[in-house]
Design a protein around this ligand. Sequence first.
Ligand SMILES: C[S@@+](CC[C@H](N)C(=O)[O-])C[C@H]1O[C@@H](n2cnc3c(N)ncnc32)[C@H](O)[C@@H]1O
Length: 362
Amino acid sequence: MSKGQQISENFYVRGDGTRAYYFSNEYLVDLFSKCGFTLEEICVHNKQVENRSLDLVMNRNWIQATFTLNSAGPQGLNGQHDLTDVCEGKEDKLVADSSEKKNSSEEIDLSEDFCNMFGASHNLDEVQIIGVKARGHDFKIKMLTKEYQHTCKLTGLMLWESAQLMCGLLAENPSIVAGKRVLELGCGSAGICSMVAASYAQFVVATDGDAESLDLLRQNISSNLESNLLDRIMIRKLFWGNKDDVRAVRELSGNDTGFNCIIGTDVTYNPDAILPLFKTARELISDKSDEDSRAAFILSYIQRRVDENSILSNAMAQGFRLVDKWINGVHDSNGIISSWFSGNDVCSAYRNITHSILYFEL
Ligand SMILES: C[S@@+](CC[C@H](N)C(=O)[O-])C[C@H]1O[C@@H](n2cnc3c(N)ncnc32)[C@H](O)[C@@H]1O
C-alpha cells in the first residue's frame, strides 16, 4: 500500500475506506502479556478462499491463540513471553463454489465479524483533535483516536473521507446550500459539512441516530462556530425510519415545507439501512416545485457493501430521480457535480480514494 494510505505504523486505509492493521504473533502475545495473560498456544491457520467463477484463489491467515489470566497481573512493557507452543501453518480450505453460493462472484466478506469482535468498548477520553481546512474554514475537530478507529461500530465518532470531500465542495461552492433549509443525515460527531453549510444556509439541522456521536458533535460545533452562526444550526437525534424523530425534525423545517437540501456523507455502507435512509429523506425533503431551484438530496460515499444499483433502486422506489452522478471521478462534464470541482483542487486531495457522489431530486 502507498504512503498516502498509511495512518500510522502498520495501520493502513484501503481504497474502499476499510482499515488494515498488520501485526506479528509476537506483537499479539506481547499485547496480551502486558495485560496479564499467559500464552498457552498460538496457531496460524492458512485459509484458502477459492472463487471458482472468477478463477481466483485468495490466501487468508488467521491467528488463533489461547491465553490464561496470570494471577500476577500485567507484566509491563518488558513482559516476557514464551513462544515455544507456537504451531505455524495449520491449513484449512474454504471453497466458495458458484453452484452453492448465491453471491458467488463476490469475495466472502468477513469484515462484519471483525466489527462484532471489536465494537464493544469505547471511551470518549480516547479522543484526539485534528485540523480540517476548507476554503474560509479552519476547524479543530475532536474525534476518537486512530488507535480506536478500528472499533468499527463507532462509525459516528470518526471523521470519514466523504465528509471531508463534501466539506471541501461546500466551501468552494456555497450556492449548493446558500439560503436553503439544510438537513444533514448521519452527520456523526465531526459535523464539518453542517458547519460549512451554516455559514451560507437559512438554517441547518445536523442529525444522527447515535447519542454518543451527537454529544461529541455538540462539543465540536460549540468550539468551532462563532456565536452568530450557532443560532443557525440545530442538533437533533434522528434515527432513520423512527416516526417520532422524523416528525420532530420535519417540524423544524416548517411542517408543510420540508428541507430543500439534504446531505449524507458515508451513510450508505449498511445494506439494512438504505431503505430507511431513503424513506426518511423522502419524508423530510421539500416537494415544492415553485421554489427557485428544486430540492436536492446529495450523497457522498465510498462504495463498501452496498453497490450503486442497490442505492439507485431504493432511491427510485421512494420517488427520487438521479439527476447527476460522479463515480470515482467519472462524470458528465456538463453536469452539476463536475461544476463543483472546476476551478479548485478539491478533487486532487482524494485522488487515491474511490469516491462517489449522487445528486437526487424528486
Ligand atoms: C460512516 S459514519 C459517517 C459520519 C459522517 N457523516 C462522516 O462522513 O464523517 C455513519 C454515520 O451514520 C449514522 N447512522 C448509521 N445508521 C443510522 C441510522 N439508521 N439512523 C441514523 N443515523 C445512522 C452513524 O451513527 C454514523 O454517525
